[in-house]
Design a protein around this ligand. Structure first.
Ligand code: GLY
Ligand code: MN
Ligand code: MN
Length: 417
């Protein structure tokens, strides 16, 4: 296999796949007009993170302000999908990156036949909506304390202007597509899992009483970057002793003590620049390389809960059913009050990815991550793997990262340094 750290060996999603995703979406619009906004932002202090549904449909991560218009009924085949980009401003682009004029090269780069500037968007949208007389909202439906979704806001204004214009909820359409991973997406998540495994090897090598939690975070994230990742998929959690009982502990600044268990929840991001897919893995390791009898007792319950739940993962099973399988084992062992979170979630472009349904579809990748947290004993234990859901059975993408007591103690006893 080519070396992961070689940037030329990069896995990506092809322009054809992005076009297929849009085609599939358009086929579910029933002739309605739909709009996806990339969102704004970016600059010296922050990377631009496009709206993830926009990114999913276009792969474009360097065009703040872009808008995708889908108008499946347009009689002109090259106008059924139009991408609008903010004006080309060469002076500004000397600061934030060259975007260039609209020409054949840009059409080829973005994979769109119809590219226009955003100044043309209002009239094009009006024409599309006058002809379709219906708009489908694809952006998530906001709760009442959030701003109204950007496409609903636009459609509501058009409803005041176009007699008979109707608005539908299509907010589950893109999540339903995103929930089922393509071969290319699976390959990218598998690559991120391989890189994550390098990070946990570095962790096992480094872990010893007296170092800080941040030393562990650094070891993992350095390994990710050295093996083809641009960094962690989410903020790494390294909690030792009592800190391991804080579910989303992030300060990672305590000194790790002899006898502590250390919860490490971290995964590599893999993909273009700041965007892309990733893994979400947790291991709980003893700082000094040996579990105490009490730690073994509680750890074994979490591991049994995890492995039993992973074995039950199959297409069509309800997330709630997986949760009860894992919870029953922990509750029967007497620790039901000490397992305060759900058993897992889908991963994808986001670490807590879209979950459009109550059941797990074939082709999803989900985490299984039971835990027991005992603040009075300064002990927290969570173990988390990423599972590909197939009809032939669950495929554990991160199961090779040491997690049985024997594997962990043996890896820590056989350090190379
Ligand atoms: N890394 C956050 C989680 O496991 O959900
Ligand atoms: Mn996690
Ligand atoms: Mn998780």
């Amino acid at each position: 296999m080519a070396h992961n750290s070689d940037i030329r060996d990069r896995l990506t999603i092809s322009r054809e796949e992005y076009a297929d995703r849009r085609k599939q979406l358009a086929s579910n619009l029933n002739g309605a007009t739909a709009v996806i906004f990339a969102g704004k932002g970016g600059g010296l202090h922050d990377d631009f993170q496009p709206d993830l549904n926009f990114q999913y449909l276009t792969g474009i991560i360097d065009e703040p302000g872009a808008i995708l218009l889908l108008n499946p009924n347009d009689p002109n085949p090259s106008r059924k999908e139009v991408l609008f980009l903010e004006p080309h401003l060469p002076e500004l682009e000397r600061w934030d990156g060259w975007r260039g004029p609209i020409d054949a090269k840009l059409r080829e780069k973005h994979g769109f036949k119809a590219l226009m500037r955003t100044s043309a968007f209002p009239q094009m949208l009006l024409n599309a909506c006058k002809s379709s007389l219906k708009g489908t909202c694809l952006h998530p439906i906001a709760h009442h304390e959030q701003p109204v979704g950007p496409d609903l806001e636009v459609f509501q204004k058009l409803q005041q202007r176009i007699p008979g214009f109707q608005i539908d909820d299509g907010s589950r359409l893109i999540p339903s597509q995103r929930a089922v991973k393509s071969a290319a997406e699976k390959a990218m998540i598998e690559r991120s899992a391989e890189i994550t495994a390098k990070g946990f090897t570095a962790i096992l090598e480094k872990l010893t009483p007296g170092i800080t939690e941040f030393d562990i975070q650094e070891a993992a994230e350095h390994a990710y970057r050295s093996h083809g990742s641009r960094g962690p998929f989410y903020g790494s959690i390294v909690g030792s002793g009592f800190n391991a009982t804080i579910l989303h502990y992030r300060s990672n600044d305590a000194v790790i003590a002899d006898g502590d268990l250390v919860v490490i929840d971290s995964g590599a991001r893999y993909g273009d620049g700041p965007c892309g897919y990733g893994s979400d893995v947790t291991r709980t390791y003893p700082a000094n390389g040996r579990f105490t009898e009490r730690q073994k007792e509680v750890y074994s319950i979490v591991l049994e809960s995890m492995e039993t739940t992973i074995a039950a993962v199959k297409p069509g099973i309800a997330y709630a059913e997986l949760d009860s399988i894992s919870r029953k084992i922990i509750t029967d062992a007497g620790f039901g009050d000490f397992y305060p979170h759900g058993v897992g979630h889908p991963i994808g472009l986001e670490v807590h990815d879209v979950q459009p349904d109550t059941v797990v579809p074939e082709g999803a990748i989900i985490t299984i991550e039971p835990g027991i947290y005992l603040p009075d004993e300064n002990m927290g234990i969570r173990i988390e793997d990423d599972i590909l859901v197939t009809a032939a059975g669950p495929v554990n993408l991160t199961g090779n990262i040491p997690k049985t007591i024997e594997e962990i103690e043996s890896a820590m006893a056989n350090k190379t340094s």
